[in-house]
Design a protein around this ligand. Structure first.
Ligand SMILES: [Zn+2]
Length: 66
């Protein structure tokens, strides 16, 4: 079971998704965690067993699938 431990509520500003591999964060001004995850994913983030920013996601997927 996946727990999005790196997706945190930031109070006023909504939610912050933090990359598992670097220090990048993504702020989503939405009400709920699912919306924050969806918003991040539409912006190129991968949120699941691992949380990766677009750059890390690209690097990892390039290595895995090339
Ligand atoms: Zn990253």
């Amino acid at each position: 079971m996946t727990v999005h431990t790196l997706v945190r509520s930031t109070g006023r500003r909504g939610w912050t998704v933090r990359c598992d591999a670097c220090e990048h964060t993504f702020a989503a001004a939405v009400a709920g965690r699912p919306e924050a995850v969806a918003f991040a994913e539409t912006n190129g983030w991968i949120v699941g067993e691992r949380t990766w920013c677009p750059m890390c996601a690209a690097a990892h997927t390039a290595r895995r699938t090339a």
